[in-house]
Ligand binder design. Structure first.
Ligand code: SF4
Length: 454
């Protein structure tokens, strides 16, 4: 029996793609192994969003080279770096056997067989841009044992944010037909999944036969599904209908990740983000009015070309006024083929030490805000969807609140149950508590895990 190991970098789209790779490889007799030293095929599923992610991929490739030499394992690079570099990656890394893009996952069995049998090196990075694209269908068996699962609803992005490689690595938007999405969610519910997160690069511009708001409402009605989440969104697609869905359906979980990127209109213009800070704040206020208490998180890029101290202060002010539950903030790094990468000098490159110093100032403020929000939960009861034993302390249980806060707690509630938990300790990264009551038991007990994590 042949074994494969997938090393996944980057976002949830990549995690999901890695699962689909495993399912495709199962059709030609490959099984997963958690140990790369035992693998006959090692795949690095890469991310190109930041320079560091690419560096990490290159250093991992170097480590896996030894396994290739010892065992004759095949070495493949998938994901965004593969799509960006294409056959050039084969030239750059002479011990690499296979390079394939996100659209070639369905062809993986054929590609691996060609590489293994014909001993050729292959690069397969063609786009399937149009309605011909068939979304790999998840095997519910891969989700056995899970309470929360991801479902792909679209791929690609039609926006042209000047810093972003996604349009170059994932292509134009293609939405998955809504019937397929509903069927997949229903199949997941039959193996005990109670929470689904709909994923795509820009999910709220979904056009799979119904609007994204209607898709959320329909998914929330699937029998056995208790919570629906989604990621990621663009503020200019945050429609009134989507906000209204939050007002109408409590199963749409009260958490919205709404990337703002900067608090300065001048920077947003250069980023080609297509909204102003005032428009962003208006959408957020309407959302908060529709679903009081909703958790809001965001992404911020610090040190974008041309960002002045005043621009940066506007980001700090925005952070203070919105009081995000959390922020994912990074320093700008120019990516190949992007407008911001090409025009960095012209717009005014921000020195590295200034970027780092600004990032630290921003993160200090956000840490204080997140700590304040967490402390506000001390002594209060929260509802937790239980996912199983705690990863840090198996004597405790682990789950998430509707706002997507992680909670480790003392209690007995089984995976899939909803429990009420009294919070006894609170930090920005995790909450600790004690179960006070079980709200409900799962309608279907999650099946035991079948596939080892790859
Ligand atoms: S909307 Fe998101 S994925 Fe699309 S180009 Fe902008 S940053 Fe990239």
């Amino acid at each position: 029996m042949k074994r494969y190991f997938v090393h996944t970098f980057g976002c949830q789209m990549n995690v999901n793609d890695s699962l689909r790779m495993g399912e495709a490889l199962a059709t030609i007799g490959y099984r997963p192994t958690p140990a790369p030293e035992q693998a006959d095929l090692i795949i690095l599923n890469t991310c190109a969003i930041r320079e560091k992610a690419e560096d990490k991929m290159l250093s991992a490739l170097g480590r896996y080279r030894a396994i290739k030499t010892q065992r004759g394992a095949l070495l493949a690079v998938a994901g965004c770096v593969a799509q960006q570099e294409k056959a050039k990656l084969l030239a750059r890394v002479p011990y690499l056997d296979l390079v394939f893009g996100p659209d070639a996952i369905g062809k993986l069995p054929e590609l691996v067989s060609r590489v293994a049998q014909d001993r050729v090196r292959v690069a397969e990075t063609a786009w399937i841009d149009s309605e011909e694209y068939v979304f790999p269908r998840a095997d519910p068996g891969s989700s056995a044992g899970k309470v929360s699962e991801f479902v792909t609803v679209m791929k690609g992005c039609d926006n042209v944010c000047s810093f972003c490689v996604v349009p170059h690595t994932r292509g134009r938007e293609v939405s998955r037909p809504f019937v397929e999405v509903l069927e997949e969610v229903a199949a997941l519910a039959t193996v005990g999944v109670r929470e689904v997160t709909l994923i795509g690069q820009n999910v709220n511009s979904y056009r799979g036969g119904i609007s994204f708001a209607d898709l959320l409402l329909r998914v929330a009605q699937v029998s056995g599904i208790e919570r629906v989440r989604f990621t990621t969104s663009h503020p200019h697609d945050l429609s009134d209908a989507l906000i209204d869905a939050f007002r109408r359906e409590r199963r749409i979980a009260p958490h919205f990740h709404l990337p703002v990127q900067s608090g300065s209109d001048a920077v947003l213009r250069r980023m080609r983000r297509d909204y102003t800070v005032a428009a962003y704040l208006e959408r957020l206020a309407t959302l908060r009015e529709a679903r009081p208490g909703i958790a809001v998180t965001t992404d911020i890029i610090v040190g974008f070309p041309g960002e002045t101290e005043d621009d940066f202060r506007a980001t700090l002010e925005l952070t203070e006024s919105v009081r995000y539950d959390n922020q994912f903030s990074f320093v700008f790094s120019p990516r190949p083929h992007t407008v911001a990468g090409i025009k960095e000098e012209e717009w005014g490159s921000v020195p590295h030490e200034v970027k780092v110093e600004r990032l630290e100032r921003l993160q200090t403020i956000q840490r204080r805000i997140s700590a304040g929000i967490a402390e506000g939960l001390l002594g209060r009861d929260v509802e937790v969807l239980v996912e199983g034993p705690s990863r840090t302390d198996p004597s405790r249980r682990f789950g998430r609140t509707p706002e997507n806060r992680t909670v480790n707690f003392e209690g007995r509630a089984p995976a899939g149950a909803r429990a009420r938990v009294r919070i006894t300790r609170a930090s920005p990264s995790a909450l600790l508590g004690v179960e006070s009551d079980i709200v409900d038991l799962p309608p279907i007990e999650p099946l035991p895990r079948r596939i080892e994590a790859a």
